[in-house]
Design a protein around this ligand. Structure first.
Ligand SMILES: C[S@@+](CC[C@H](N)C(=O)[O-])C[C@H]1O[C@@H](n2cnc3c(N)ncnc32)[C@H](O)[C@@H]1O
Length: 214
């Protein structure tokens, strides 16, 4: 069971209309940001990629195109409706697969990944679940492999501009504010990764945090 303080498990109405809702909230930009972050994650032809909380499969299709026939992508999620949409979106992609799996519970992938990607999931996890997720990533990622996290940027929410204040401060779960205000890169570094790079999007509201497994 996820934490009662989290809103990151997407079900029912929100899951059925997820793409539409995110499109409206971001003036049609959401999927474009995800695809851009996928391209910026450094994935290359032939890579084995795993995604945590793969949602409706937007990143999956972009990874599929980049890694090509020689690569393999596996998306992990627990949302039934979200996964149905992802499977439909990627139905013609032979290098894509999905697995019903809680990302904080131990799992073993059929491959050692070159890259793990996660977008807009980490901010909704309690610290003890973030730790479990990081242990799972370490277990299934080759040494030297990449861990790419697209999520809210580090900021003091109250003194930020109006949109982060509204979205993170008022609409999101309390965990999202804690995420934005913690030192996320150091939290990950203390658990067996080296912080490698940071890319910011949309007036610095979102960041792609890139780590390398030690
Ligand atoms: C906010 S959505 C983000 C979806 C997608 N990554 C994106 O950026 O559009 C969170 C996704 O993570 C999934 N999720 C949440 N908690 C999870 C958990 N503990 N294990 C696996 N999937 C989880 C949800 O079902 C949902 O698809």
């Amino acid at each position: 069971m996820g934490s009662p303080r989290s809103k990151v498990e997407v079900k029912g109405f929100e899951a059925r209309y997820y793409d539409l809702l995110m499109g409206i909230l971001t003036l049609g930009q959401y999927n474009r940001w995800i695809r851009k972050a996928v391209r910026d994650s450094g994935a290359a032809p032939g890579w084995r990629v795993a995604e945590l909380g793969s949602g409706t499969g937007v990143a999956a299709c972009e990874f599929s195109r980049i890694i090509g026939e020689g690569g393999k992508y596996m998306g992990l999620d627990i949302g039934k409706e979200m996964m149905e949409k992802a499977r439909k979106r990627c139905s013609s992609r032979k290098n894509v697969d999905f697995l019903f799996q809680r990302i904080e519970e131990p799992f073993t992938l059929p491959f050692q990944a070159d890259l793990f990607f996660v977008s807009f999931v980490m901010h909704g996890l309690e610290d003890y679940d973030k730790e479990k997720v990081l242990a799972n990533v370490r277990e299934n990622l080759r040494p030297g492999g990449y861990f790419a996290v697209l999520d809210y940027s580090q900021m003091k929410v109250e003194s930020s501009w109006f949109l982060p204040k509204l979205i993170i401060g008022k609409l999101e779960c309390p965990l999202a504010r804690e995420f934005a205000e913690m030192d996320f890169p150091s939290f990950v570094e203390r658990r067996g990764f080296r912080f490698s790079n940071l890319k910011k999007y949309f007036l610095s509201m979102f960041s792609l945090y890139l780590f390398i497994r030690k």
